[in-house]
Ligand binder design. Structure first.
Ligand code: NAD
Ligand code: TYD
Length: 355
């Protein structure tokens, strides 16, 4: 099976690519990534030499490129993760989110449809094709003090990021209902773990604690997120990819709700211990700052459908996952230094110039 994974140089995508390359040596994995600020091939150093892995630098907004790639490689399945993913960036630059998350997704859907549905020469059995769209719980909007998002919760996005992801989800379903494209969608809660770009809450705080810099908490820090270790998300994608019914949707989450302030306090405690600082040292870095506009109060995912139907469950507790995450960042100072200095991008510009 030839599987196209988009956004495989990013945070979650790199874990998904590694998982599929290592667990399915019979599959050929093509990683298509534009290498934006969030894409980093260092994330895949350990598997880049494997014979079933190929990297393609390219932009999903480029429709001709996508058509040519589908024509050349005859992908049997797509796992689509490429996206602009940071809410704060979507507030300052919403159009970039429309281009990649909406138009890029429609371009991909269209290229898959042209090969799988419109092309009579294409011989792979239809039941092997799958367009897997990786989405977020943020499309459901914001919860009050109680309740959880189920697969039936109506969409109610508030940020330009979540609006663009909601739009892409609708297009994916429209391609299923209108053209019969075999699709599946999963909506996952907040991920954390190794290779997370340090603009997001957890890696930002790890980096700032290490460097004795302020830890910016938006508003009062009372917003709640439901955190899942990134490798558990990759395992869920594997299970859904192989066993979900076409046209279905699954929520993925860890039943692991935390107020932001409590996450940061826990991180401070772990980091004080690991760095040999007296307990309470890092908490002094906590700084309350102006709230994010339209800041969703609470996300909580009900993933009981996935657990019940496909037998998936998270493999680590939040405390275990955070320990592993902090250990990874402390052991990978060079990765963090390259990412925060932007050095990794100059390297790719040289390496991929003219390709
Ligand atoms: P990320 O920002 O770390 O990585 C995104 C990747 O997509 C990068 O490698 C980037 O270079 C690539 N990319 C961006 N624009 C592109 C384009 N036009 N063409 C080709 N490649 C492009 O994001 P992430 O956190 O790994 O998220 C991956 C997916 O999972 C996204 O679709 C996101 O919406 C979804 N998701 C993320 C979370 C989370 O907590 N991070 C939770 C649920 C769902
Ligand atoms: P983030 O990691 O950006 O993920 P998302 O917005 O997709 O949930 O933010 C997680 C939570 O942390 C969110 O409620 C915003 C908050 N936050 C801060 O308080 N300070 C920060 O510096 C950042 C980046 C986020």
């Amino acid at each position: 099976m030839r599987v196209l994974i988009t956004g495989g140089a990013g945070f979650i995508g790199s874990h998904v690519v590694r998982h599929f390359v290592n667990h399915y040596p019979g599959y050929i994995i093509y990683n298509l990534d534009k290498l934006t600020y969030a894409g980093n091939l260092e994330n895949l150093k350990d598997i880049e030499h494997k014979p079933n892995y190929h990297f393609i630098k390219g932009d999903i907004v480029d429709r001709e490129l996508l058509n040519a790639l589908f024509d050349k490689h005859r992908f049997d399945a797509v796992i689509h993760l490429a996206a602009e993913s940071h809410v704060d960036r979507s507030i300052t630059n919403p159009l970039e989110f429309v281009y990649t998350n909406v138009i890029g997704t429609v371009n991909l859907l269209h290229a898959a449809k042209s090969l799988w549905i419109d092309n009579p020469q294409y011989k792979t059995p239809a039941d092997r094709n799958l367009f897997y769209h990786v989405s977020t719980d943020e499309v459901y909007g914001s919860l009050g003090e109680t309740g959880m998002f189920t697969e039936e919760t109506p969409y109610d996005p508030h940020s330009p990021y979540s609006a663009s992801k909601a739009s892409s989800d609708h297009f994916v379903r429209a391609y299923h209902d209108t053209y019969g494209l075999p699709i599946v969608i999963s909506n996952c809660s907040n991920n954390y773990g190794p290779n997370h770009f340090p603009e997001k809450l957890i890696p930002l705080c790890i980096n700032n604690i290490k460097n004795n810099k302020p830890l910016p908490i938006y508003g009062k820090g009372e917003n709640v997120r439901d955190w899942l270790y990134v490798e558990d998300h990759a395992r869920a994608i594997d299970v859904i990819f192989h066993r979900a019914k076409t046209g279905s949707t699954y929520n993925i989450g860890g039943h692991n709700e935390w107020k932001n302030i409590d996450v940061v306090r826990l991180l401070c405690k772990i980091m004080d211990r690991k760095l040999g600082r007296p307990e309470g040292t890092s908490e002094k870095l906590i700084t309350f700052v102006k709230d994010r506009p339209g800041h969703d109060l609470r996300y909580a995912i009900d993933s009981s459908k996935l657990q019940r139907e496909l037998g998936w469950k998270p493999s680590v507790t939040f405390e275990e996952g955070l320990e592993k995450t902090v250990d990874w960042y402390l052991a990978n100072e060079e990765w963090l230094r390259n990412v925060t200095s932007g050095a990794y991008q100059q390297y790719y510009e040289l390496q991929y110039a003219g390709r």
